[in-house]
Design a protein around this ligand. Structure first.
Ligand code: ADP
Length: 492
């Protein structure tokens, strides 16, 4: 039975900010509040968050958005979506963090991953979890905390240690003690087999993570917990949980096998719905849980590109070539092409499908005729070129794209949207409401609370209109650009 309220509160605990949004069942927004999050960079390659700050920010934005939406009595249910892979260690008795959270971007466990790879474990880990051995994923971060933070080690010894990803931490704080994680977040730890209901003892042994410190793995929607009444003035059920990329996939309505979304933010994340089939990649893509409803899983194949919008930010902040990110669009339109300039944006190595952490960025093909607009255009062109490499890998893995649904901060750039359609030779769709991550969590929470009978119904009711971009580029130009890209890529 749904509660009396008719609104859905979404808590979106992202990497750079924490936000709260209040939706109605038609997808309209009735409240929005946001707090920036302090990024801690204690050493090169290390990235940390203060889990206490994430919690306080979440509480503050939730209260603000609830007030905008007309008060807690109007909130039927809560959905949570979060930056994935980031790990939190806390004391389950005191409810206090035992260390700074290690963020997904943190590379401190690169050697540990290399050691496991050298010992020949990668194929088995990939087979079981869908993931590669990379510091990106949670398990080696958890082990690092046990090895280097005395409070974490002592907590484990005393049976008080709780590990979790960010949604797990927030659920613990909101409910006053429930220790759980949803299957989409759990599938990013390297400890959950794609086909297994819960943590795998062999994987916990391999990574050295005590299973007793881990949360229970639950569905992405349903009656997952109840918020302590003292926090918002009334007990509100938590009925949806999902990692941000899975949530965006759902928010984009990619609910049928083959449907694909690409989020262009700091990095670019492409997920294709694989239905109930276990995703197996022979092209260095990741297999991941898309969502679990009633114990039944749907899977996705994922390609993560580390540098997308951050390239534009770099042109702005480090090179001073542009003043605003949006200006890149007008500059790209000033020239008929990049004049032969190609940028390979390997500023922090190359992610999928290349996985070359040692690769470094290049700008090639310049002459005295090269101007600012050519370089900016080449930077924007790099988005479609990177997406093209992913498209080839997805097709090779038996999941060819037939259309691409885009979102994220960069998708506001019409030139990029059209270039994606042109270079991929595919229709590209962009929703008018681009907050797809929050929307997906709202859809899950709505289904979990009984406001909708299914995700399909939630998508019909909550997703708004989309704008389409159709391919319009001659094959000779397209293949010439791809050839230049291949050559530039070989040189990095
Ligand atoms: P995240 O969620 O990863 O923090 P966003 O989805 O908010 O990122 O996207 C922000 C990124 O998109 C920034 O790196 C910025 O440089 C880039 N960006 C924003 N607007 C544009 C634009 N109009 N054209 C090109 N890039 C843009």
């Amino acid at each position: 039975m749904p509660r009396q309220g008719d609104l859905i509160l979404v808590l979106d605990a992202g990497t750079t900010s924490t936000r709260a949004m209040v939706f109605d069942c038609a997808g309209a927004v009735h409240g929005l509040a946001q707090r920036e999050l302090v990024q801690h960079y204690p050493r090169p390659g290390w990235v940390e968050h203060d889990a206490g700050e994430i919690w306080q920010a979440t509480l503050a934005v939730a209260r603000e958005a609830i007030a905008q939406g007309g008060g807690a009595e109007r909130i039927a249910c809560i959905g949570i979506t979060n930056q994935r892979e980031t790990v939190v260690a806390w004391d389950r008795t005191s409810g206090e963090p035992l260390a700074r959270a290690i963020v997904w971007q943190d590379r401190r466990t690169a050697d540990a991953c290399a050691g496991l790879r050298a010992a020949g474990h990668e194929a088995a880990v990939q087979e079981r979890t869908g993931l590669l051995l990379d510091p990106y994923f949670s398990a080696t971060k958890l082990r690092w905390l046990l090895d280097h933070v005395p409070a974490v080690r002592d907590g484990a010894g005393a049976g008080r240690l709780a590990f979790g990803t960010v949604e797990s931490w927030l659920v613990f704080k909101l409910t006053g003690g429930a220790h759980l994680t949803d299957a989409s977040n759990a599938s990013r730890t390297s400890l959950l087999p794609l086909a297994g209901a819960s943590w795998d003892a062999g994987l916990c042994d391999l990574f050295g993570v005590p299973a007793g410190s881990l949360p229970d793995v639950v569905d992405n929607c349903g009656s997952l917990g109840t918020v302590s009444p003292d926090l918002f003035g009334t007990a509100i059920p938590i009925t949806g949980l999902a990692g941000d990329q899975q949530s965006a996939t759902i928010g984009q309505g990619c609910l049928a096998p083959g449907e694909t979304k690409a989020t262009f933010g700091t990095g670019a994340f492409v997920l294709t719905n694989m239905g109930e089939a276990l995703p197996r990649s022979c092209h260095r893509l990741l297999g991941t849980v898309l969502c679990q409803l009633g114990g039944k899983r749907r899977y996705a194949l994922e390609g993560s590109v580390f540098v997308a919008g951050s390239l534009i930010k770099w042109l702005r902040d480090s090179l001073g070539l542009i003043v605003t990110a949006a200006e890149s669009e007008a500059l790209a339109r000033q020239v008929p092409d990049s004049g032969g300039v190609v940028i390979v944006p390997a500023l922090s190595g190359l992610g999928a499908p290349h996985w070359r952490p040692e690769a470094r960025a290049s700008i090639t093909g310049m002459s005295f005729a090269t101007g600012r607009a050519h370089i900016v255009r080449a930077a924007l062109e790099a988005m479609a070129l990177q997406a093209h490499d992913l498209a080839v890998a997805f097709a090779g893995d038996g999941a060819p794209w037939t259309a691409l649904r885009i979102d994220g901060g960069m998708s506001a750039n019409d030139w990029i949207a059209q270039d994606l359609a042109d270079l991929l030779a595919l229709p590209v769709e962009r929703p008018d409401f681009v907050e797809t991550t929050a929307l997906g969590a709202a859809m899950l929470a709505g289904v979990g609370a009984g406001l909708f009978a299914s995700l399909d119904d939630a998508a019909k009711a909550m997703r708004g209109t989309v704008r389409g971009f159709v391919p319009d580029l001659g094959e000779d130009v397209r293949s010439a650009r791809l050839e230049l890209w291949r050559r530039a890529l070989a040189g990095v």
